[in-house]
Design a binder for this molecule. Structure first.
Ligand code: CP3
Length: 365
């Protein structure tokens, strides 16, 4: 009876729901503050580099067994409270018609970047299972089958419409976002069509990750803050991000709304939606909390560079984040942006152990 092995029973699902991470997402009391790290599956781990030495980034993403293996590496090595599926925010653009490559030393490159309004009309919006994303959905199934019985939640993710639009138009990373802003300002109707198509593709992909077994979702708006002031954010991004989070309400799992560089208008970002607001490291957690309000959980926000410091300094920085969180429920400990490849794995181990020990509830000091 194969089914018995693959379909989670009521009790394993209940175990997952009782996990500190999912409870913290919902603002419920937890035994200790849960921890996971953005980009936790990556180059700082020797186990990851060993796999990566043999396969390209795209090969790893499109081979479910490899993606599953790399997803599980940090969960095996450290007492992390959640896994995040190994994938990237950019493959959804491939299904839409863009040619993606990860070029060593240069980062992601989109060969046929969008140059005119007409290019946007040609973009397809296929369902995830008809594209390379089918491989990630399969990887989600493999990882969930392993982690669900152990009560460890798996996070599915996607890029927010602005961050994806910036890659599609700039053709890669960017310093000043001149091309994407030129299109935004110069061709507002084309911008609207592009952002609407991106929302369609991302909502479909995110919901299908949940169907495949993801028990939470994170949306990364990595570059909106670097590119846009508050008024541009409100005019050109907020309506579409709001659309995205509204459509994710039917996912039935907690949704994390992460962005970087958006402190000056974090209330506008938070108003788009999400059960949890993921914040960067540029302002103290309490400062963000005041602007987001009490109704929602908060994720963050250690400066990733702190992980390169000696333990004494790192510990002091962790203590600062925990003091800002004030021992209240609804905090998920994380970095304020992705972990750096230079990070010593030993520091990750110490961080996770320390956050758990330091926040253990019911041990009044
Ligand atoms: O562990 C995890 O968090 C899951 C895997 C994950 C990757 N990318 C793997 C990856 C996640 C969640 C992402 C998201 C992602 N990808 C974002 C949003 C997060 C953020 O940091 O803001 C962005 C902007 C991207 C785009 C991207 N992918 C860039 C800019 C790069 C190159 C830069 C770099 O760090 O080298 C990638 C490549 C990439 N994605 C790597 C990994 C592990 C490194 C590839 C390698 O092994 O050579």
């Amino acid at each position: 009876m194969e089914q018995v092995l693959t379909v989670p029973t009521v009790s394993t699902e209940a175990r997952l729901e009782a996990s500190p991470f999912l409870r913290a997402c919902r603002g419920l009391p937890v035994p200790y503050t849960p921890v996971w790290l953005m980009r936790q599956a990556g180059r700082y781990m020797p186990q990851y580099r060993a796999v990566r030495a043999r396969y390209s980034m795209l090969e790893m993403i499109s081979t479910p067994e490899l993606a599953a293996e790399v997803t599980l590496q940090p969960v095996r090595a450290f007492e992390l409270d959640a896994a995040i599926i190994f994938a990237d925010i950019l493959p959804p653009l491939m299904g839409m018609g863009l040619k993606l490559d990860f070029v060593p030393g240069r980062g992601p490159v989109l060969e046929n970047r969008l140059q005119r309004a007409y290019d946007i009309d040609l973009l397809a919006t296929p369902p995830a299972e008809e594209t390379i994303l089918a491989k990630t959905l399969e990887a989600v199934r493999l990882v969930a089958a392993e982690l669900t019985p152990r009560g460890i939640p798996l996070i599915g993710f996607a890029g927010a419409p602005f961050t994806l639009a910036s890659y599609a138009i700039e053709g890669g990373g960017s310093k000043n976002y001149a091309r994407v802003k030129a299109l935004m300002y110069g061709e507002p109707a084309a911008w609207k069509r592009l952002m609407t198509k991106l929302v369609t593709v991302q909502v479909d992909y995110l919901l299908k990750q949940v169907e495949a077994g993801a028990s939470a979702l994170q949306v990364f708006d990595s570059w909106a803050g670097a590119a846009l002031g508050r008024e541009d954010y409100r005019r050109y991004v907020q309506p579409y991000s709001r659309m995205l989070f509204q459509q994710l309400e039917r996912a039935g799992v907690p949704v994390i709304n992460f962005s970087a560089g958006t402190a000056p208008y974090i209330a506008d970002v938070a108003s788009c939606g999400g059960d949890v607001i993921g914040v960067d490291w540029r302002m103290p957690l309490g400062w963000f909390r005041q602007r987001i309000g009490e109704g929602r959980s908060i994720q963050g926000n250690l400066d990733p560079v702190a992980l390169l410091a000696p333990w004494r300094e790192l510990k002091a920085r962790i203590d600062e984040v925990l003091a800002e969180a004030g021992g209240r429920d609804g905090h998920i400990f994380n970095l304020g942006h992705g972990i750096l490849p230079e990070t010593p794995p030993e520091n990750v181990r110490r961080l996770v152990e320390y956050v758990h020990a330091r926040t253990m509830r019911g041990e009044a000091l």
